[in-house]
Ligand binder design. Structure first.
Ligand code: AMO
Length: 440
């Protein structure tokens, strides 16, 4: 079968707006063939477009013979255009179908396909990711990415409304902001550069100009760990604000979360139904547990943790059991567990003004108040074994009037996992990058 030209054919209707009240109206629809059922005198073809499905029904009585022949030879997932007449019929899905007059084959699918996009045949995640485009044609991934889109637009709406401006900071950088171990090096002409792990230092500098900034960006970490919550490339929503502390930005974080949840329940019910999930419920303010309380909770539940230690994956798993269906903050972490830019609390340097937003076992966000005095910054860098000379440009900003400030970085992919109760980060990322996957 040969592929035809689009010519002057243009879509008149998406599938979703072809409804029984259009009975008798001529329409042009485009899409991909999801399914074909050939009963001889009658052929049903399910066409899928970005809005949903519409049934195309060819019959010996109403459809030209050459169109019937064409329908018989079409392959599933081919892209086609159909000109035909809408027919209201109760037995058809959604009570409506299109009787084709003419069909154009616009893009052929060659068989066998590596997986079945109707989802009737189960496929493991690696098989699905290898054929990700076909996989994305299944209703569930489509629903996930529509929800993801809505989450991103809700975040932008909310932060814009609060007076933040969106910024874009460099992704090719000269020095690490989040520790050297997890940097991806890049050949940069005659020198060595790295892929950005976060916009941390830039966003802190920018609050001395714009006061309230945010960035939704792609970041890179060369972590070797292969887990269900880490990727080597991920999206973070970063916020930074001047003249506030970590309490203020925690409030911003939870208000934003409530806004996103409201938006999804108002505008994404169809997708949530496809995914069969109920959104998590939250009551504000979210609980704020001190790190020391978390240590007690873990020890009471049989997990040995000394004050000062960072939480391991198995500690998080225990926390997940204690805090089922709960979004909560862990605050006031030991200073040693946090990066150099986080501000130690009051006179004590033992704990710092840091927090994580958690959902059950999963860390969604980390943030805190920042070191805003140059001398303290130099001291913190040295304590963490970093050379202040490598941070010359950042330290210079402190000479131009660095106010107290605070902010956070929210893992967008992890937020999706929590909202949709999905256990593997790869399900919520279009083309995930991990140690073993660089394609497609
Ligand atoms: P942190 O390193 O905790 O903090 O990162 C912020 C959030 O980003 C997400 N995240 C990841 N998601 C997927 N794969 C990864 N490998 C990965 N690493 C991190 C997590 C995490 O909570 N500069 C600070 C933020 C701040 O203080 O403003 C930072 O980068 O959800």
């Amino acid at each position: 079968m040969s592929v035809e030209f689009l010519g002057d054919w243009r879509r008149t209707h998406y599938s979703s707006v072809v409804t029984p009240d259009l009975d008798g109206v001529e329409v042009t629809v485009f899409g991909w063939i999801q399914d074909i059922r050939d009963h001889g005198n009658i052929i049903f073809l399910t066409l899928s477009d970005k809005e949903g499905l519409i049934q195309i029904t060819g019959t010996r009585r109403n459809t030209p013979p050459e169109v019937m022949e064409k329908m018989k030879s079409l392959s599933r997932q081919s892209a086609i255009g159909v000109k035909g007449v809408v027919s209201a019929r109760v037995e058809a899905p959604r009570g409506v179908e299109v009787i084709p007059r003419e069909i154009k084959v616009l893009g052929l699918a060659s068989h066998p396909l590596p997986l079945d996009p109707t989802g009737r045949v189960h496929a493991e995640i690696d098989v699905r990711l290898d054929a990700r485009i076909l996989d994305l044609r299944r209703p569930e991934p489509r629903a996930i990415f529509k929800v993801r889109h809505k989450v991103v637009s809700a975040i932008r709406e909310y932060l814009d409304e609060q007076g933040f401006i969106e910024v874009h900071t460099p992704k090719i950088i000269a020095t690490a902001a989040e520790g050297g171990a997890a940097l991806f090096p890049v050949d940069y002409f005659n020198s060595r550069a790295y892929l950005a792990q976060s916009p941390e230092l830039y966003k802190e500098e920018l609050i001395t100009v714009f006061e309230k900034v945010y960035e939704i960006g792609t970041y890179f970490r060369a972590e070797e760990s292969h887990t269900r919550r880490h990727l080597n490339e991920f999206i973070s929503v970063d916020v930074e604000e001047a003249f506030v502390d970590y309490g203020d930005v925690m409030k911003l974080q939870e208000d934003l979360l409530a806004y996103v949840l409201r938006k999804l329940s108002d505008e994404c019910m169809d997708q949530l139904n496809i995914l069969k999930v109920n959104l998590p419920k939250i009551v504000l303010p979210l609980k704020r547990y001190k790190y020391s309380e978390i240590v007690d909770q873990l020890n009471k539940n049989g997990y040995r943790l000394e004050w000062g230690e960072d939480l391991s994956t198995s500690a998080y798993r225990v926390l997940g059991k204690i805090h089922r269906n709960e979004f909560y903050f862990i605050i006031d972490w030991p200073t040693e567990t946090r990066p150099f830019y986080v501000k130690p609390k009051g006179d004590s340097s033992q704990t710092c003004e840091a927090f994580d937003l958690m959902y059950e076992w999963l860390e969604i966000t980390s943030g805190g108040s920042r070191v805003d005095r140059k001398e303290q910054m130099v001291e913190r860098l040295r304590k963490q074994g970093l050379d202040p000379a490598n941070f010359e440009f950042h330290l210079k900003t402190y000479d131009y009037g660095m106010p107290p400030h605070a902010g956070w970085g929210l893992g967008l992919d992890r937020l999706l996992m929590a909202l949709l109760r999905i256990g593997n980060i790869r399900e919520v990322v279009l083309f995930p990058r991990d140690r073993f996957r660089l394609t497609p």
